[in-house]
Design a protein around this ligand. Sequence first.
Ligand SMILES: Nc1ncnc2c1ncn2[C@@H]1O[C@H](COP(=O)(O)OS(=O)(=O)O)[C@@H](OP(=O)(O)O)[C@H]1O
Length: 361
Amino acid sequence: MAAVENWPPPTAATKSSSTSNHVDEKLSQECQDLLLSLPREKGWRTSYLYKFKGFWCQPKQIEAILAFQNHFQVKDTDAIVASIPKSGTTWLKALVFSISNRDKHPILTKCQILHSKLSHPLLVSNPHDLVPFFEYKLYANTDGDHDRLLDLSGLPDPRLFATHIPFVALQEPIKKSGCKIVYICRNPLDTFISSWIYTNKLMKERGLPPLPLEEAFEMYCKGVVGFGPFWEHMLGYWNESRERPKKVLFLKYEEMREDHEGFHLRKLANFLGCPFSLEEEKSGVVEGIAKLCSFEKLKDLEVNKSGSGAIMTFENKHLFRKGQVGDWVNYLSPSMVEKLVTVMDDKLGGSGLEFKLSFSY
Ligand SMILES: Nc1ncnc2c1ncn2[C@@H]1O[C@H](COP(=O)(O)OS(=O)(=O)O)[C@@H](OP(=O)(O)O)[C@H]1O
């Protein structure tokens, strides 16, 4: 097993940034055999998405998920950030990291900011490097070779991980353990637009033609999107959060964007078992964390402007676009909105999971 500081292990995919993502990359025999048995549809960025354990997934991630499900040893003290892509994962990772590690990495409060020489990992690392994904980082690129697996047992507690895997498809030991899961959900219209724009930035980075909006939209409404259908993804974590609120904390991007009082940060800290003390409250730690993890702060950091590799080999800057609620209004036609709202009503109706959408054309 490789030591954790050496991840991701060097492979063809990590050594060369010229690997085309449209052409499916080298896969282990086990994964190739499995793919032959799975339903498939044209992918957004890869040739195909495969329906694996009930969700749509790229081949490379299926290979990584197989390794993750076979080898990951969960601990009760672990915390996992979960989401469907483009829902605010990067932001939630930054918040979870800074809240959970504030004893090791103190937060600069307003009065310290001018004078202190204290630094913070978030100022020099992308949140995805601090809270790694199982399927994109920790178990990626092993090509089915067990010697390339990382030994995660030596990581200090609480170990922080992330995944886009739907709740139903997580392995039983994770579901049964005391580990905590924080899920972030975003309204599907903004999530769709964010995904489509991100996909096309990656296509451009690879010199590939863009995916037309209409084509992506039809796929999204059919549920064919990475880790989708989106409604099943949301409902899996939503239902679990209602049945076991100590296991899954369900957050909404829009509500967090509107929260200027730090209500969600306190909720998150309580859930993670490290509530803010009175002293921390008084000295402005909650505001310090909100500021450190804000869109404006993270987007402007050098690591996030010119760095790469936080997600696969892509440029980090693509992870920070507008960070707005309601940007979909600039892209979707009235008939598209009507169609997607109908899908949402149909699939989410009666679940208690709702999104406030205010719009006028
Ligand atoms: N700190 C912070 N605060 C608020 N919003 C933020 C933040 N960081 C990233 N973003 C916005 O989140 C969108 C990217 O979603 P994800 O982070 O889930 O992407 S990923 O799945 O991890 O690739 C993407 O949304 P859009 O701007 O609408 O495309 C990012 O701009």
